[in-house]
Structure formats: structure tokens, C-alpha cells
Write a protein that binds this ligand. Structure first.
Ligand SMILES: NC(=O)c1ccc[n+]([C@@H]2O[C@H](COP(=O)([O-])OP(=O)(O)OC[C@H]3O[C@@H](n4cnc5c(N)ncnc54)[C@H](O)[C@@H]3O)[C@@H](O)[C@H]2O)c1
Length: 248
């Protein structure tokens, strides 16, 4: 058994930047064909071109993960282009932070639509194919905030906690077909998403992390690769925290 994805076809959402880009890059580096999906078309194009330039097989697809019909169509297209889908990484996510007192309905709805509904949309679109395939991996990128809660992130925490419930239910439904379904709960990772934080908030986060540093997209991508590989064949329905010990 090894960390090799040769011959596997992987779909990574939100792969145009940050953690998703790193996951797509790691997967491509060990032989997977990768469908690079992002709502920002240029970003997806750039990542796919980069991976192709390094000798991998990668295709870019522009999609808003919250659009159910578009996602169903897209997954049919990806399966036709790559010859099937073996691995799905639901990584696309956004924040719209506000204290509940000030949080608007639109802020709540959009965060649920992208993070939680988007994960459902891709899972649903790939479900039948993975069942028939009799080998598969779904890896959902949740967050430690879905387990801890966070002032100012009620929408995001609810969406990420929802992803954990979705993960465990899907794991039970797909286990007999040799498809594992797990979630990763990253802590504080240095990406565009966390760049918005001011220096004081960033320092407060790092002070609370036992390993005393922010995580990198590579820290998350390494664990994602492990879960996608044959090394993790007997792991399903789990939430793996990649947070430097923030929550124990
Ligand atoms: N950065 C962190 O500290 C952290 C911590 C825990 C969890 N996460 C989760 O990791 C995932 C990746 O986040 P990141 O830090 O790399 O952020 P990021 O903003 O760098 O990347 C998110 C990507 O998702 C894409 N995206 C946004 N909305 C989309 C939509 N509707 N349809 C398709 N693509 C869309 C963006 O264009 C972007 O390329 C998210 O689910 C996030 O919630 C991040």
C-alpha cells in the first residue's frame, strides 16, 4: 500500500486557490487525473494549466457549487471527460462573518448554500457513479469551527457542523460499496480566507494553538492525500482535525 493515486480520477471543488489548489496539486503529483473546479474560471484555468505543464492530467471547470442543476450536469461531463470519478473532495467554502445580532438572512443563506448545499450537490451528483465503481473516496473539508463554534461565525459553524452530519450519514450509506467518506476539520490555515483577519486576531489564534503556528494548505493536503489513498481503506465516517492541537 502506498500514497499513489495512479489511474484515479479526482474532482476537487474550490481548487482555484488555497487549500483546494494544494490538494489538486498533491493529487496530480502522485498520478491522479484532476478536475479542477472553481467559481472563478481564470483561477481554475491557471491551476489546470500549471498541473498539465508539470506533466499531469488536469481539466478546469467553472461552476458555482451551490447551483444544484449545474453541478449535476458538470459531474456527468467530468465523468465523460475523465472516464469516471473515483475521488471527490468537497473543499469550496466561503465566510460571511457577523455577530448574530447583525447577521443578515442573505449572509446566513449564502454560507449554507456554498459550504453545506454545495457539498450535498456534488455528493449527490457523484453518488451513483461511486456506488457502481465499488471503490471511492469522498473527503469533505469541514472546520474546527463546526465543532467549537465561534462568535461571529454562526452561519459558518452551522454549515460546517452540517457537513459533519452529512459526512457520517453518507459514510453509512456508501460503506457496503467500498466507498469511504470522511471529513477534515482544519484549524487556522494561512490562505486568502484568513488573510482578512487583523494582526491582533491572527496573533490571538496562534497563541491558542499548541503547535504555535498557523497551518499551511500543505498540512491539510497531506492528510487529504492520506484519506484518498489505499492507506486509509479502513477509515470511514471520521472527522480528522488538522489544527495544530487547537481543539483536543
Ligand atoms: N483557511 C482556513 O483557516 C480554513 C479553516 C478551516 C476550514 N477551511 C475550509 O477550507 C476550504 C478552503 O478554504 P481556503 O482557506 O483555501 O479558502 P480560499 O478562499 O483560498 O479558497 C476557496 C476557494 O473556493 C472557491 N469558491 C468559493 N465559492 C465558490 C462557489 N460557490 N463555487 C465554487 N467555488 C467556490 C473560491 O473561488 C476559492 O478558490 C473551505 O471550505 C474553508 O471553509 C479553511
Amino acid at each position: 500500500m502506498e500514497l499513489n493515486l495512479a489511474g484515479k480520477r479526482a474532482v476537487v471543488t474550490g481548487a482555484g486557490s488555497g487549500i483546494g489548489r494544494e490538494i489538486a496539486t498533491r493529487f496530480s503529483g502522485v498520478g491522479a487525473a484532476v478536475a479542477v473546479c472553481d467559481v472563478v474560471k481564470d483561477a481554475a484555468d491557471k491551476v489546470a494549466a500549471d498541473l498539465s505543464g508539470k506533466g499531469g492530467r488536469a481539466e478546469a471547470y467553472a461552476v458555482d457549487v451551490s447551483d444544484f442543476a449545474a453541478v449535476q450536469q458538470l459531474c456527468e461531463r467530468i465523468a465523460a471527460d475523465l472516464g469516471g470519478i473515483d475521488i471527490l473532495v468537497n473543499n469550496a467554502g466561503i465566510t460571511r462573518d457577523n455577530l448574530l445580532l447583525r447577521m443578515t438572512e442573505a449572509e446566513f443563506d449564502r454560507v449554507i448554500a456554498v459550504n453545506l448545499k454545495g457539498t450535498f450537490n456534488f455528493t449527490k451528483a457523484c453518488f451513483r457513479g461511486l456506488m457502481k465503481n465499488r471503490w471511492g473516496r469522498i473527503i469533505n473539508i469541514a472546520s474546527v469551527i463546526g465543532q467549537m463554534g465561534n462568535a461571529g461565525q454562526a452561519n459558518y459553524a452551522a454549515a460546517k457542523a452540517g457537513i459533519i452530519g452529512l459526512t457520517k450519514s453518507t459514510a453509512r450509506e456508501l460503506a457496503s460499496r467500498n466507498v469511504t467518506v470522511n471529513a477534515i476539520a482544519p484549524g487556522y490555515i494561512a490562505t486568502a480566507m484568513t488573510e482578512k483577519l487583523d494582526t491582533a486576531a491572527r496573533e490571538a489564534y496562534i497563541a491558542a494553538i499548541p503547535l504555535k503556528r498557523a497551518g499551511t494548505p500543505a498540512d491539510v493536503a497531506d492528510v487529504c492525500l492520506f484519506l484518498a489513498s489505499d492507506l486509509a481503506s479502513y477509515v470511514t465516517g471520521q472527522v480528522l482535525r488538522v489544527d495544530g492541537g487547537l481543539l483536543m
